[in-house]
Every structure is written in C-alpha cells, then in structure tokens.
Design a protein around this ligand. Structure first.
Ligand code: FUC
Length: 762
C-alpha cells in the first residue's frame, strides 16, 4: 500500500528545532546520559521499521542488541477451532440465564484457539543477536557522554582514554536496510578493538571470513531461519579475522555495517533465503561511503520527523541528564514534554515503516526469548494505542504496516468467523501474532472478545478521514471494513427482555473485566461506529446501496450508552460495578478514540465518563495512564490531562524514556504523544478545535504540522495560555468550522490554500 504523496507537505521548522548538529546538548531534541547503559532499559533504541537495535554505549565492552521484526517462535498455523460454532447458542443461553461460570467452562473447553504447542496462547517474538565490541584498556575513561539525537535519528557515544577521544555514531537506515556504525579516534592509529556476534538461539553458527562475521541459525522453538552479517571497513591499521570474530588494530577509524534477514516471506510462507537477502543488502550498503549512508538516512528520516514540530520552551532543567530529569517532571520543565512527544514520533518511525511488521507490544525491541505477553499484538487497547499518533502527527506512512497486517487478518479471521460463529465476514479476538492468529486465546473470560478487528478497522477509516485519499479508501480500506461490518450483521442478537429489542453483542467481554457476558458497552460503541463509518465509506464510493441501508438500520438498533446508578457510564448493558480502580476503562471508547461522546454534543454522557474516571482514579499501568491523558483531553480538561502526563512520565518511564507498564511496553509512549496532540488540537470531520485542553503548564508554545480530519495541517502559536495565531493549510479543499474557546469560524478553503488568523478573528 502506498499512502505517500498526499501528505508530503514539508513544514518549515523554527530555528530551534531544525538546527543541524547540536550547539549545546540541552537545547536539542536528545536523550542524553553521563554513563553507559547498565540495563537494557537504559540502552537507546534505533530502528528502520523492520530491523532495530539497542545501543548500550559501553566503553571497554560495547553491545548492540538487535532484532528483526519477523522472528517469532512457531510456524504458519491456522488457529481456528473447527466446529466451535456448535456451542455458540449454548454459550449465549447460559449467559442470558446468568450462568457465567458454566459459560466460562464451556468456552474454555470448546471455543478457544487450536495451537501447536499445548499452551493456549499464540507465538512469541524473539531476539536475533548482539554485536559485541571490546576495546582493551577502555575500562578507565573520562568525559563520557552518550545520546540519542531525535533530529537525526542517530545514537552517539563519546569518551576519552589516555588523552584520545573516541566517538561512535550509529543509526538504522530505512533506505539502505542496514545498521551502520562509525568509530573514530581523534589520534591516528589509536583505534583497537575486537568485534564478535552473540546469539541466544541454540545451534546458531558464527564464523568470520576476511572482513565479515556471519551468524546463521533458526529460531529455537520455531521454523524461521535467519542470517546476519557484520562487515568492518577500516582506515589505516589492520584487520584480522579469527575463528569467530575480527580484530582491528592501530586504525584511525572504522565503519561497521550490519544487515540481517529471515526466511519469513508472509504469514503462510517461510521459504525465503536470508543469505541471499543479506548478500544483496550488504553489497548495496557497502558500495556507499559512510557520509553518503548517513545523509540518505537523515534525509529519509527527516522527511517524516520534521512534518510536525513542537516548542514549549526550554528551561535549565534541560541541563539535567535524561535519567535524572524524569522523576522531577513538572511545569518547570516543559521541554521534557516536548521530548516525550517527539520521542513517540521517533519510535513510530523507527518501528513501523512500509514493508515492516506493525509495532508490537515492544515496538521492535526485545532481548528475551520469553518476553512478557509474548511481545506480540494485544488488540483490546495496546496495538491501537501504538497507532494513535500516526495520523495526528503527520506519520500516515507509518500506519501502513498495520493496514497490511489487517489485509492478512481479514483472511485468517474469515475462517474464524465461519468456524466459531457461522458468520460471513471476518473477526479478530484480543490478540494476533506474526502467523495472524485470529481465534480466542488465554481464557474464555477475556479471550472471547469479538471487536478486535472492528476496532482496528477504524484505523483504516481514520486513514481516509485524515487524508481524503479515495484511492486508499476504495482499494485498501473499504474491502476490509465491509467484511468486518458484514460479520456483525450475522453476529448480533436481539435483547430477549426489553421491548425496544436492542441488538446486543455477545458472548464477549469488557476487556479483562467482569468475565464473559452479553452486552459489553465497548463492543456496542465500536460496532455502531464501524457500521456507520462503513456505510459512509460505501456512500462516498457509490457502492453497496443495500448494505448501506442494512448497516445504518443495524447501527441504530444497537443497545445505546447508559448512565448507571452512581452517575457513571455503564460498562455493561445488563450489569454495573463502577467502584473499581481497574486499569482498563474500555467503555469510554466512545469518548476516545471514538467520537460518539463529547462534552458539548452529549453533555450527560460526557459527565458520566468524568464520573467513571473519578471512580477509576489516576493510577494504572503505563498505557492506562496514557489513555487517561487522552480521555481528559477529550473532556476538555487540560489540567487533568497534564496531571496524567506527569503521572505517566514520573511513575511509568524508564531511563531511556521507554514506557514502563511495568515491564517495558511501548504503547504508553505512543499514547502520551497522542495525548499531547489532543490537548492542542481535536477534530471530528466537521469541527477543528484549537487548544481544546491547553494545560497551564504549557504557558507558551508553538506547534506546527498537526493534522485534522478532513485533510488539514494546522500550526498554532500561543502566549500566556492565549492564542496568538493559527495557520490552517487545506490539503483537500473540504469545508470545516474552526473553533477556539467555543467561538466558531467557517472555512471554505481551496485545495492547497493556507489561511492564518489571530484570536480576535474568532
Ligand atoms: C492486556 C493488559 C495488560 C497488558 C497486556 C499486554 O492484557 O490488560 O495490562 O497490557 O495486555
């Protein structure tokens, strides 16, 4: 899928952010430290979408642990449980009769995935290997500094030994499909080191030949084969291949190129030839000089990264190393919020580019053979959160891997729709993996949840809503949305009790809370939104008139949102249990990321969401706090939204700014980026609201290149909490209304037209 083109509006960036190399560390967008990483969550991530590394910045011992996003345990496999549909009526009956325990038992026995390894889960994302560099005599050093520069997507390590300054620069290049490192000494002939590979997979082979080390093997609990090659090129001195590594002596500088590949072709085919791919990639990359590789990388990266800039001002707090700075985050350090915002964008560019797998629970970065939750895709919040900043912050290309995965899932999920529900269309439950498993896993009490595909299909709609790209809607989005919607025509059942005869979802659950039920509110919000958006897509494309009618009629009959006895939004249609601090707040989906609840359009329901959030409190895991940043922004409460940002940063962030669930889980990074964007701009296709939830801590600032539904790029500047100017660039020529502090202006811009106005224009 190609979604570039329409969004290639390169925004001209204010001086502070676009300056080339750093003048002084504290003013730039970088994470920086005064010591090497001891733990993995102190190392700095680099990535080109598919291939990434964690850079430790060691002195005597440097390590770059690397991953390829296709390495999973297992092999191609269909998880659907043949004949599960026979038990569907009984499951519904038991649940309508209030016999939940019996329903859980039946579900666990007859309705779960069929898998190959005897455990009721999917397969695990795997580590690839590490480059280990040893620098004899570098145990004692001075003037140490390392950083990750978000402007150039490059990690640097610098220190002195015996009066000589050693500098290493490393980046992962998307255009050249390689990780590239340059090592320099500022004294001729002073560079001595040994290079080696290590790998955790039993049976992996490592050999050195001339200037190249080669690692080959197969995933230990799986069938996917892999190969990595590290080539070392030096200036001055000499290079010697040993049995398993390479020794460099008395060189002036060295360039290291790492390539890697696996035999994974797609979820049904693992017959690829990693050696051939490595060979091709290496030949292409090493034909270029280091400077050329670096320039191509920076140019490619900045094309995306610089589309959206944020400046909230810089204070002296920026002079504190990143690891020490996090704990004291507050209004005195607005630039840390900027850094966190841009880090989310950096990470998305680093782990999700066209051709790659989507960002999983750890994005792309994993050193464990048994990672938490298999480091795959949990889709009852986590994977979706990964993609919240994609359209909002001008990174629509980064959304593409998710869309590509949906294409696969709409095929594997079709079989699950048939075998489990006797339904047309496709369905996806609360997880998937690289083999595109779509059937329920773990336990019936939370694994049988039917709206994973329906939620993800909204991302296709948002892809269209922000870009207006009809070609994308027709070819990529609509076919998948259509089949997802058809599933629910067959799946929903009538409420057997009420006279309204509402349509109810079930068996399903309100993610991870309250067990298997009929009628979780979140399902109803998601399905209603899906059906309406799909009907709208069909209308825009001028197709499927009958289905349009059926979808609209069905959507209107789905059980509505309800307010509970304590003023909260009810989490289930048939029961309530509001008094909990549970991390999932699924039934507020209609507030965010959905659009059906809003303080001005549906004030009672919005108030009920506020009450629910008060019950839930401000605690939670990393992603839970990140979702709450977004919820409070949508409730137009900038102070509470900022409070959640501070809670997330201070309480759930590792030294390398990775989100701490704990353990590390990347969703919270992306949720925070989206939350900050939602404080500054919100849109629903009709209205664009400027500074809807500006917190007092963001007193002065400027943002450029935020995106709004309908195809707009928006720049906003404010001072002392008041709007100075807003610039709206229309990419499509659609009409909209611009809102600031509840005053509206109608806009009728032509495609490509830009308008600027100031506060008094409202
Ligand atoms: C869901 C969440 C957990 C975690 C896991 C990956 O199960 O409830 O908190 O994020 O996904």
């Amino acid at each position: 899928m190609n979604r570039s083109g329409i969004f290639h509006v390169v925004v001209i960036v204010a001086g502070l952010l676009c300056a080339g190399r750093r003048v002084n560390a504290e003013q730039e967008l970088n994470l920086w430290y005064n010591q090497p990483a001891k733990q993995w969550v102190e190392a700095l991530p680099i990535g080109n979408g598919s291939f990434g590394g964690m850079v430790f910045g060691g002195t005597a011992e440097e390590r770059i642990q690397f991953n390829d996003d296709t390495l999973y345990t297992g092999e191609p496999h269909d998880y659907a449980h043949k004949g599960a549909v026979e038990y569907l009526p009984e499951l519904r009956k038991l649940l309508f009769e209030g016999k939940q325990n019996e329903a859980h038992a039946l579900g666990n026995k007859e309705f779960m995935s069929v898998n190959t390894h005897g455990r009721n889960t999917q397969e695990a994302y795997q580590p690839f290997g590490s480059i280990n560099l040893s620098f004899p005599g570098h145990e004692t050093f001075t003037d140490y500094y390392r950083d990750l520069d978000l402007n150039e997507a490059t990690a640097t390590t610098r220190y002195k030994v015996g009066g000589v300054t050693y500098t290493r620069e490393v980046f992962a290049s998307y255009p050249d499909k390689a990780i590239v490192m340059q090592i320099k000494a500022d004294k001729k002939g002073a560079l001595n080191f040994n290079a080696a590979f290590s790998c955790q997979h039993k049976g992996a082979a490592i050999k050195a030949e001339d200037d190249t080390i080669i690692l080959t093997g197969q995933v230990e609990r799986g069938k996917t084969r892999f190969e990595a090659r590290l080539k070392i090129m030096i200036l001055g001195g000499k290079l010697e291949a040993g049995d398993k590594g390479i020794a460099v002596s008395n060189a002036d500088s060295a360039v290291l190129i790492l390539v890697g590949a696996s035999s994974y072709v797609n979820y049904k085919d693992i017959s690829g030839n990693p050696a051939e791919i490595c060979e091709k990639r290496m030949n292409k990359a090493c034909a270029k000089k280091y400077g050329e590789l670096r320039m191509a990388h920076v140019e490619d990266y900045q094309k995306l990264f610089k589309r959206c800039t944020l400046d909230l001002g810089v204070t002296d707090k920026a002079k504190i190393a990143t690891n020490n700075r996090i704990k004291s985050f507050g209004p005195e350090d607005p630039q840390l919020a900027t850094l966190f915002f841009q880090y989310g964008r950096y990470l998305l560019i680093a782990c999700s580019r066209p051709g790659s797998q989507p960002a999983n629970l750890q994005g792309l970065w994993n050193e464990m053979k048994n990672p938490p939750w298999e480091s795959k895709y949990t889709i009852n919040i986590n994977t979706e959160m990964n993609y919240w900043p994609a359209e909002l912050t001008g990174l629509s290309e980064c959304h593409v891997p998710l869309f590509d995965a949906l294409k696969d899932l709409s095929v594997s999920g079709r079989n699950v729709a048939k075998e489990h529900y006797g339904a047309r269309g496709w369905v996806l439950h609360h997880n998937f993996d690289v083999w595109r498993g779509a059937a329920p896993i773990n336990n019936a009490n939370h694994g049988i949840w039917v709206t994973g595909g329906a939620w993800l299909s909204q991302h296709l709609w948002w892809g269209y809503a922000f870009s207006g790209d009809k070609n994308f809607l027709e070819k990529d989005a609509y076919p998948i949305m259509k089949e997802a919607s058809i599933f629910f025509l067959d799946y929903l059942v009538e409420d057997p009790k009420g006279k309204e005869k509402y349509l109810i979802s079930g068996p399903s659950n309100s993610p991870e809370r309250g067990g298997l039920v009929m009628g979780p509110t979140m399902d109803h919000q998601i399905i209603r939104t899906l059906l309406r958006n799909t009907a709208e897509a069909a209308r825009i494309l001028g197709v499927d008139k009958d289905l349009q009618k059926q979808w609209t009629k069905t959507a209107n009959r789905i059980a509505p949102n309800q307010i509970g006895t304590q003023g909260q939004l009810k989490e289930w249609f048939y029961k309530e249990a509001p008094n909990t601090r549970h991390r999932h707040v699924s039934h507020l989906w209609g507030l965010h990321p959905g659009l059906e609840i809003h303080p001005r359009r549906t004030p009672e329901l919005a108030e009920a969401c506020r009450t629910t959030l008060k019950f839930r409190g401000d605690g939670g895991t990393g992603w839970s706090k990140a979702w709450k940043i977004n919820f409070w922004a949508r409730l137009l409460d900038g102070e509470h939204s900022y409070k959640m940002l501070a809670e997330a940063l201070r309480g759930n962030t590792y030294p390398n700014l990775f989100d701490a669930h704990p353990p590390f889980q990347i969703d919270g990074n992306f949720g925070a980026t989206s939350g900050i964007a939602e404080m500054l701009l919100q849109s629903n296709g009709k209205e664009i609201e400027i500074l809807p939830a500006l917190p007092s801590a963001f007193k002065n600032g400027k943002v450029t290149g935020l995106r709004a539904r309908g195809g707009f790029a928006v720049d906003i500047e404010w001072k002392n909490g008041k709007l100075l100017s807003v610039t709206i660039h229309s990419l499509l020529g659609t009409d909209c209304s611009v809102l600031y502090k509840e005053k509206a202006r109608q806009l009728h811009l032509k495609r490509g037209q830009t308008i600027q106005f100031v506060e008094k224009d409202f």
